[in-house]
Design a protein around this ligand. Structure first.
Ligand code: PEP
Length: 256
């Protein structure tokens, strides 16, 4: 293959339901030099705080730090108690959003169809979705990984054009490896990420080469480099190891 991969590496921390606003703000300030170091090395660096901390992180982090929401509603406004809309994110300058994280799929009835509505709404507003896919332990053990991720990608990204998906990010996160300390081997991760790219190719042709695919699931400073050395893995979505400043720094330092 003569193709040279021009995709920028992306390291994104998912803070889930962690950190008070004050803690998130402190982290944002302390991470300013890291964001500059990442930029100087052509790496995109970001975090995904809770809704409550988005404004504080956006205001206090380096302008080079990506700040992503963890979810959004697909309607702009209305009677949706407890939800947050795209215009509300945009008002804070938030242009990235995770969609379909497995915890939302498991606890909040986030279906592929609902993810599709959210992704289309984000793209219509020129925002960048990070679409999370991945199989459960039962599905993995039944040998259904590719069937599952193929369905998630095809339904989640249906009705989109090549142009629509050029900035989109897909995160492959096997559910059995999230927060469990049980990593997918680099062979499994690369095999599935390569397969996801082949599904994207069927849907969007050569644009599939521009789409960044992340691996997520118990990524730590000690193992991140091995994942990012795989040809179809363009970065990492990291939960636990992104919460403490020193390990977040270690994740970046180990891929420079
Ligand atoms: C995640 O929440 O997306 C994740 C990958 O978590 P962890 O790194 O803790 O497994």
């Amino acid at each position: 293959m003569s193709f040279v991969n021009m995709r920028r590496k992306l390291l994104l921390g998912n803070w889930k339901m962690n950190k008070l606003v004050s803690e998130a703000k402190e982290f944002a300030i302390a991470s300013r030099p890291l964001a500059e170091k990442a930029k100087a090395n052509n790496i995109d660096l970001g975090v995904s705080p809770t809704y409550l901390s988005l404004a504080a992180v956006k205001e206090n982090a380096s302008k080079d730090m990506i700040v992503a929401a963890q979810n959004v509603h697909f309607n702009d406004h209305g009677a949706f108690t407890g939800e947050i809309s795209i215009p509300m994110l945009l008002e804070l300058g938030i242009t990235w959003c995770l969609i379909g994280h497995s915890e939302r799929r498991a606890y909040d009835n986030e279906t592929d169809e609902k993810c599709n509505l959210k992704i289309k709404a984000l793209i219509a507003n020129k925002m960048i979705p990070v679409y999370c896919v991945g199989e459960t332990l039962d599905e993995f053990e039944a040998g259904k990984t590719k069937e599952v991720v193929s369905r998630q990608v095809k339904v989640g990204l249906k009705d989109l054009t090549k142009e629509d998906v050029k900035d989109l990010v897909v995160a492959y996160e096997p559910v059995w490896s999230i927060g469990t300390g049980k990593n997918a081997s680099t062979e499994i991760a690369e095999d599935v990420c390569g397969y996801i790219r082949s599904v994207l190719k069927e849907m969007f042709g050569e644009m599939s080469e521009e789409i960044r695919i992340l691996y997520g699931g118990s990524v730590k400073p000690e193992n991140i480099k091995a994942y990012l050395s795989c040809p179809d893995i363009d970065g990492a979505l990291v939960g636990g190891a992104s919460l403490k400043q020193d390990s977040y720094e270690g994740l970046l330092t180990n891929i420079l």
